[in-house]
Design a protein around this ligand. Structure first.
Ligand SMILES: *Cc1c(COP(=O)(O)O)cnc(C)c1O
Length: 476
């Protein structure tokens, strides 16, 4: 985090030219990502960056780390869950170790890095896996004790590696994330770490190294649509993004600012619909009940990356942005001006779904198209579908191709997905995995199969106040 408590943003949005778009058609995913990311990280050697990206995505199952699938109803799904931990967080976190190491070399830093992450389930595992046994870095992951799925918890608590620690926190994700941010802001914590030879960094999307690699898949999906003759160059495309901390969808907004022809970005929420209300009314009000849902990675009331959008929205006014963030932490709310709300509406549309509607959507999609979706993708698909139905009713409306971002493998949330597909409850995650496999014939990711036989290594639970003590204990 920047001094003063805000988040870093790019100085400007580098443009991707028509010639570059044309050239990227023939590139594979790592080459496309190298071109896009290279624009932000121009001190990094391009050849080395390319190689790092190629290595990162070599750990994904299949040839394409971000395949675009066409449904029979004409919508597209961008599958971002083929990485080592089966959620879209792998798209950036497999690249982050290189970005951090190289960045710290370029700056001539001597300290070791201490990476902290608050996780609603998926970031934690992806960070643990990509940094395990990496030299010069230690990783501590905090997750809300009751706020992650059983499979997510198992994945994290069986993590291997000598440089990692996993800690449960009493409370929900927002409390977990605030605890981590408190450590980042505290001069006392920084001093205690410095004394031990550590510099702090984050695996959450407050880290630009997490955020910027996510810009690449918007470009890649668009190029795939062109290459498959689904659209012409320059034609606009809409994206629906299942949203929690607003990192994924913000990357889409950044892509648009770089010149990608995006029409609307649909911000899809579950029952925790604080963002839906914000986009409709212009007031962000986090003082409301917190619900635990089947899409735990989206159970968030304080969406960190919205700060970066607010900064762009007010014409990059740091004082006004800080004022709004201060108001959020003091009162739980802030508002934007009517003209700002109107501007938001030009790019964003927001919707939320109930648990029942998500279940229904997953069921129907499997019935109609034979496609099993995870619970987060189910939320997004339902919001997208309702939006498209609304457009149908309005003859004036402009219809554009719709890409729904699929953020996790259905096997990562096996009990809820099985319930959605069949109405049956199973107590055991692996029984769920097995039944989904029998039903759908979809391949079970190797990484999830392996979790079943690994010993539990991490069992500590702390209160939010004691998070830093746990960090220090781990470093000793
Ligand atoms: C993290 C996550 C989300 C939410 O993404 P944000 O970038 O936090 O908005 C959605 N779905 C899944 C499966 C996730 O892991």
């Amino acid at each position: 985090m920047a001094s003063g408590g805000g988040l870093f943003v790019p100085e400007y949005f580098p443009e991707v030219t028509a010639e570059e778009m044309e050239a990227m058609r023939g590139f594979d995913y790592p080459e496309r990502a190298a071109l896009i990311l290279g624009k932000f990280f121009d001190e990094y050697d391009r050849g080395e960056l390319s190689e790092a990206l190629r290595n990162a995505y070599a750990s994904f199952e299949g040839d394409d780390p971000a395949p675009l699938v066409r449904m029979d109803n004409g919508t597209y799904l961008l599958e971002l869950f083929h990485g080592p931990t089966c959620a879209f967080k792998d798209m950036a976190l497999t690249v982050l170790p290189y970005l951090l190491r190289k960045g710290s070399d370029l700056l001539g830093l001597k300290e070791q890095l201490l990476l902290l992450a608050a996780t609603s389930g998926d970031t934690g595992k992806a960070a643990l896996e990509s940094f395990r046994d990496k030299k010069g870095i230690k990783v501590v992951v905090f997750y809300p004790e009751e706020g992650v799925s059983k499979m997510q918890k198992l994945q994290m608590c069986t993590q291997e590696g000598e440089n990692v620690d996993v800690v449960a926190v009493r409370g929900n994700f927002d409390e977990c994330q605030s605890g981590v941010k408190r450590i980042f802001r505290s001069e006392k914590c920084a001093a205690a770490l410095k004394e031990r030879g550590y510099l702090l960094t984050s695996a959450n999307s407050i880290n630009v190294g997490r955020l910027l690699p996510q810009v690449c898949y918007y470009f890649s999906a668009y190029l795939d649509l062109v290459t498959a003759d689904q659209i012409r160059f320059g034609e606009k495309v809409d994206f629906t993004v299942p949203t929690g901390n607003f990192g994924n969808i913000l990357a889409g907004y950044y892509a648009k600012r770089m010149g990608l022809p995006i029409g609307k970005l649909l911000c899809a929420s579950n029952k925790n619909n604080v963002l839906t209300d914000f986009f409709r009314t212009g007031t962000y009000d986090a003082k409301r009940p917190f619900y635990r849902t089947m899409s735990p990675s989206m159970d968030i009331l304080i969406s960190s990356n919205l700060e970066r959008l607010l900064f762009e929205l007010c014409g990059r006014d740091p004082a006004l942005t800080a004022e709004r963030m201060k108001s959020l932490s003091a009162t739980g709310r802030f508002s934007v001006r009517p003209e700002e709300l109107a501007k938001l509406g030009e790019t964003f549309y927001a919707g939320s779904t109930s648990e029942d509607d998500t279940v229904e959507c997953i069921y129907e999609f499997f019935e109609e198209y034979g496609y099993p979706m995870d619970t987060h993708t189910g939320v997004a698909m339902n919001v997208a579908r309702r939006y498209l139905e609304k457009l149908e009713e309005d003859p004036e409306s402009e219809k554009r191709p719709m890409v729904v971002i699929s953020t996790a493998s259905p096997y990562k949330f096996p009990q809820d997905v099985l319930y959605a597909l069949t109405g049956n409850d199973v107590k055991d995650s692996f029984k769920g995995v097995k039944r989904i496999h029998l039903l759908t014939a979809m391949k079970v990711p190797e990484a999830l199969k392996a979790v079943r036989y690994k010993p539990i290594r991490f069992k500590t639970t702390v209160s939010a106040e004691k998070m830093f003590d746990e960090v220090l204990a781990f470093l000793c």
